[in-house]
Design a protein around this ligand. Sequence first.
Ligand SMILES: *Cc1c(COP(=O)(O)O)cnc(C)c1O
Length: 345
Amino acid sequence: MTSTPQPLDFRSDTVTRPDETMRRAMAAAEVGDNVLDADPTIAELERRAARVLGMPAALWTPTGTMANLIALTAHLRRGDRFLAMRGAHVLHNELGSAAWLAGGMPEPLEHDAGPGRPTAEALERAIGTVGPYFTLRTSLLCLENTHNSAGGAVTPPDEHARLLAVARQAGLKVHLDGARIWHAAVALGVPPAALTVGVDTVSACFSKGLGAPVGSVVAGTPEFVELARRTRQMLGGGVRQGGVLAAAGLVALDRVDELAESHENARRLAAGLAEHGWSVPAPETNIVLAEVPDVPAATKSLASLGILAYPLPERVRFVLHRDLSAADVEETLYRIKTSRAKPGS
Ligand SMILES: *Cc1c(COP(=O)(O)O)cnc(C)c1O
């Protein structure tokens, strides 16, 4: 009898647990009441995140979902239409709050320039021209870099610039969902600020692969942040001594360069799965999407090997993160190989 193998959790890069260094920083954080006046550690994280993102100011939020909602609430009025990539987090994973709270009518853009991005021409067509008073007014473009459901796909700065030019020409505001902007920056070898050029607002997460248990930011002008602070309070996101959480974000920011290791592990996993006959495109960052004929059967068979993966339509998703090492990837491939598990069988 062999013992049950240790489960290897590839479901998301949100499954990481704070390590000793991070927990020590959290325990030692200087704190204050961030609703009454200010928490010094939250203030420090906001300053540092704004600088790294190349934005004038930033506001801490408990989640990326709240960060996106705050930005969309600032940009949209009822009767507005906003454009976002098909499968975007703001369209599929935020329970429609962009529509029912922020008040915008969503319109999906196709990934016709490659995973995660539209061509400038398609964007121009989708914006169209301003119609009569009884038609929707297209007022916002919402980008996502990296694009989660497209497999951690990266939009490079030149394509970003072309999309920005079209949106600006048509008078649209631009929000960037940068939950994993750190991953895009590391994959491209550019600073995160190179990927926010020209946007009005950007959101970013510290809890996606960087090891923080909680925390995001939404960044923009000081005027936007002033409004965003009111919206955050309205949504119940005004936490008091949040410095214990922001301290984790500061440690996370120190670790951005280490994401390269997760990207390398993702490439190795994808190559190994392909060797075993799985249909897997080469990943751009830390997300591996494997096409399988029967998703429930594939996730079940993987789970029986102690490998946790996330089911998507027609695909199984493996996300690499700092709690999965190169050795864990080899162990995963070994378990799949020796079990003779066929994809989807
Ligand atoms: C995870 C994610 C979010 C939301 O972050 P939460 O902190 O889980 O609310 C937003 N956008 C994208 C692309 C994400 O992957």
